[in-house]
Design a binder for this molecule. Structure first.
Ligand code: MIC
Ligand code: SF4
Length: 642
């Protein structure tokens, strides 16, 4: 039987395991990426493994999240640590200002047919050029750096059959927003989303990357496009034609599910606060007053996207509305430089847009938090409550077309009203200058790793005890994100300092949570559906582990977070009967006896001592995961195995 692109990519990298949907397989990883906010932990863990030089084909350490810290040395120290470590261990280092990891990697390093693991949930952006690119926790990336395979559950493959062609003012962002509307933020769990059909050829690589990027919001393991003539042209324009290979699905490829999207019928879409799947047509909410417009993030910061915004202002002689504050964050130095040379940047400045660095910036709550209760339209990928830095800020997600229309009129506006569409031609040649990427040292013995005082040791824990006991420290609802668990924004500077960062755990929900957890000597967390969605930050497992959290009992989990919990020896458990969730209250005393033995079976029991009842829970771990949990986490497990 024929294979899909996703199956070809997985099967050609299989190290062990049966390629059967639902079974755990191990795949070889060709490339890795990290960014600064997750990178320090990933590399501390890599160091702890004692491997002298990375074993991947290519690894790049990016600095793009925390670049301009206000009043403090922490980030700058982290940058120094990351740069010296990269140099010593054979990793390329992309300096702050060179751009957002996903955008730069697509431009300069990604290769069709390769696998990539990244310590950032939007790593699947690489699927835009036919890579199998997967987001994971830093520890999984550390293992891949050391030449270890990545474990994944063989996914279902969903074909998104693209029919027709996009109309003017409708773009790639509308395609993924439409898919989010149809599938919801948990609709992609356990699946790879593969794009096919006649509509594929009409989408450029940056447009495809917008779509694969935001597949992360579906909870998908990855998203992928075939590698075709369009991919070849893009790589040639980046001076990398030699990196191209053709990769397409077989005629008789079988898919687990097919979803059809007719591009010709699509309209401008928008996601309302506070979830990326709260999608409606722009026309349905036209007229709402807007305080801010932010263009950028790894979803929509390509040359095409920013030039489009610039051209709309320029051709129509428009300005940013007096009541709107508009920011532009270019995806890369390449984008910024090209627009500086062709005056695209001047047109944005003349229009009154504020030009920020080529970094994540406002997307991660680093600056430009909306005013109280303010409406912010962003071309980003996440609008979780509070992520912008303003708890009651209302963040909407949209395309660059919708963003610029709102910036001009000061209200949400259907961009089709702007008249003639200024189509941006893909450059025949991009401007190539990799001078902000530093190659690793030829002689590693000459490099010493710099460690500032904010870089604290990795916390450790022992193996799993026979019995777990404690209180339910917090009972939560559905769709708890990693931004709820360990927020970013002003806390970001503590990513290398787990004791300090642990004070942020659930702080948006209960400011005293960390004190409570410590005083109780740890305990349990109860959650609803899709617990831990969003970011790949392993701190959302590591910090709770530091606070003594033993198990998270939820209705369902997001993939990366579940893996991170296992990596740090916290038990992710689901209810056999979801209705049992209702019987639990904050403060209930739990006890899980004979746990080590119970984990060899399929389910475990928690005794709710307060309520005098027993609740059956499923774990669904692979034999490797059971061993990992018993050992108290991946680091213990791998060091013991050596
Ligand atoms: C995000 O978009 O939430 C982040 C910040 O890029 C995270 C990584 C992190 O928390 O450092 C992600 O997407 O994985
Ligand atoms: Fe950066 Fe935002 Fe992309 Fe995360 S989603 S990598 S914070 S731009």
């Amino acid at each position: 039987m024929g294979k899909s692109v996703a199956q070809k990519l997985i099967d050609s990298h299989l190290v062990s395991g049966e390629p059967v949907q639902g079974k755990e397989v191990n795949i070889r990883i060709d490339q890795t990426i990290t960014q600064d906010a997750t990178g320090t932990m990933a590399y501390l863990q890599f160091e702890a493994m004692g491997v002298p030089r990375v074993k991947t084909e290519l690894s790049v350490s990016y600095v793009d999240h925390n670049t301009l810290q206000y009043g403090g040395f922490e980030n700058a120290d982290d940058h120094r640590f990351l740069q010296t470590l990269a140099s010593k261990y054979g990793i390329y280092f992309s300096k702050p200002g060179n751009g957002i990891c996903h955008q730069v990697h697509l431009e300069r390093f990604g290769k069709p047919g390769k696998t990539m693991l990244g310590s950032d949930s939007h790593t699947p952006t690489g699927g835009g050029i036919g890579m199998l690119a997967i987001g994971a926790g830093g520890l999984d990336v550390a293992v891949a750096l050391g030449g270890g395979p990545f474990n994944l559950v063989y996914p279902k493959v969903v074909k998104v059959d693209l029919k027709g062609k996009l109309k003017p003012w409708v773009s790639a962002k509308d395609i993924i927003l439409e898919l989010l509307r149809k599938m919801t933020v948990k609709g992609g769990v356990g699946k790879v989303i593969e794009y096919g059909g006649e509509g594929v050829a009409s989408l450029s690589v940056p447009e495809r990357a917008t779509i694969t990027n935001m597949g992360a919001e579906l909870g998908a393991t990855s998203s992928v496009f075939p590698s075709d003539e369009v991919t070849k042209e893009f790589l040639a324009a980046q001076g990398r034609e030699a990196d191209w290979i053709e990769l397409k699905a077989d005629e008789d490829a079988r898919y687990d599910e097919t979803i059809e999207i007719n591009l010709s019928k699509l309209e401008p879409m928008i996601a309302k606060p506070h979830m990326p799947d709260q999608v409606c047509k722009v026309s349905e909410i036209e007229g709402m007053k807007v305080d801010q417009v932010c263009v950028g993030s790894c979803t929509n910061s390509s040359y095409r996207d920013l030039m489009l915004v610039s051209e709309v202002f320029h051709k129509g002689d428009f300005k940013v509305h007096p009541d709107v504050s508009m920011t532009i964050s270019p995806g890369s130095k390449q984008v910024l430089d090209m627009m500086a040379l062709n005056k695209g940047l001047s047109h944005l400045i003349e229009a009154g847009a504020r030009i920020l660095e080529a970094t994540c910036g406002p997307c991660i709550g680093n600056g430009q938090s909306p005013p109280s209760g303010g409406v912010s339209l962003r071309t980003f990928n996440r609008n979780f409550e509070g992520r912008s830095g303003t708890k009651d800020g209302k963040v909407f997600l949209c395309s660059p077309e919708v963003a610029v229309a709102a910036a001009i009129y000061g209200v949400i506006t259907d961009p089709r009203k702007l008249g003639k569409f200024p189509k941006v031609k893909a450059p025949a040649k991009f401007l190539i200058d990799d001078s902000m990427v530093v190659a690793p040292a030829k002689d590693p013995s000459k490099v010493s790793i710099s460690r500032g005082p904010n870089i604290k040791e990795l916390p450790k824990q022992g193996s799993l005890p026979e019995t777990l006991k404690g209180k339910v420290l917090i009972k939560l609802g559905d769709n708890i994100t990693t931004d709820h668990i360990t927020p970013a924004g002003t806390w970001l500077k503590y990513r290398s300092n787990v004791p300090k960062y642990s004070e942020s755990v659930f702080s948006q929900i209960d400011a005293r949570f960390h004190e409570k957890a410590k005083a109780a000597g740890g305990g349990f967390v109860v959650g609803g559906e899709n617990y831990g969605q969003g970011s790949s930050r392993e701190h959302a497992a590591l910090c709770p582990m530091y606070l003594g959290i033993k198990a998270i009992i939820a209705k369902s989990f997001a993939r990366i977070h579940k893996d991170n919990l296992v990596n740090f020896g916290i038990l992710p458990l689901t209810f056999e009967n979801a209705a049992d969730y209702d019987s639990i209250d904050d403060g209930d005393e739990f006890e899980m006896p004979n746990l080590r033995q119970a984990l060899t079976g399929e389910s475990v029991t928690v005794r709710n001592v307060t309520k005098g009842r027993e609740i059956r829970l499923k774990h669904g771990y692979s034999p490797r995961q059971v061993e990992t949990i018993l050992a108290g986490g991946t680091l213990n497990y791998t060091t013991a195995a050596r």
